[in-house]
Write a protein that binds this ligand. Structure first.
Ligand code: GDP
Length: 182
């Protein structure tokens, strides 16, 4: 018998302030590209991706990933968005302290509306801006985010939707944690 195309289907959601790069992370994951000037009114709502988890069993996950598609600024994210989510990316921008401080509110939302066992990974996006010849000042030290994640029981990584660094790894780590609980 042919092996199935995937072993598990997991719903993932991406939350965080407007403009931290949520849609860009989704597009990078599903389409391997980066748009420098995406239309902010045309948020990407949904993307699907097959991920093969590292390990001898080569488990294949079909990720069905939802983005807030621009509604985060109206705080109109509804319960149905969170319902059934196995994984959640909580995204901030490493050059915006405010976006990091607001993670507390996003986490409260997730804890209020999502299933209790949802696996969350804190993602510091746009690290590319702090690298290279003319780096922009970092507003959120890695250690600070690491400590917050440890206190709140979140996974943590930094990433760049622009370069692709850390993006697939972020989704993969959260998916691994989901499966570890099955
Ligand atoms: P969203 O509102 O959270 O979905 O954010 P978007 O994905 O629309 O991104 C907001 C802006 O940040 C856009 O101009 C993106 O091109 C830019 N952006 C997103 N991710 C990155 C990144 O990793 N590096 C850099 N330099 N810019 C990014």
């Amino acid at each position: 018998m042919a092996s199935p195309a995937w072993h598990y289907v997991l719903k993932f959601i991406i939350t965080g302030d407007a403009a931290v790069g949520k849609s860009s992370l989704l597009v990078r994951l599903t389409d391997q590209r980066f748009l420098a000037n995406p239309d902010p009114t045309l948020g990407v709502e949904f993307g699907s991706k097959l991920l093969t988890l590292p390990g001898p069993e080569a488990t294949v996950i079909k990720l069905q990933c939802w983005d807030t598609a621009g509604t985060e600024s109206f705080r109109s994210i509804t319960r149905s968005y969170y319902r059934g989510a196995a994984g959640c990316l909580l995204v901030y921008d490493v050059t915006s302290r405010r976006s990091f401080d607001n993670i507390r509110t996003w986490l409260e939302d997730v804890r209020t509306h999502a299933d209790a066992h949802v696996s969350c990974i804190l993602v510091g996006n746009k690290v590319d801006l702090c690298q290279g010849d003319d780096p922009k000042e970092r507003a959120v030290p890695t250690e600070l985010a690491e400590q917050f994640a440890a206190e709140e029981g979140l996974l943590f990584t930094e990433a760049s939707a622009r370069s692709g660094e850390g993006v697939e790894a972020a989704f993969t780590r959260a998916a691994q944690e989901v499966l570890a609980k099955v």
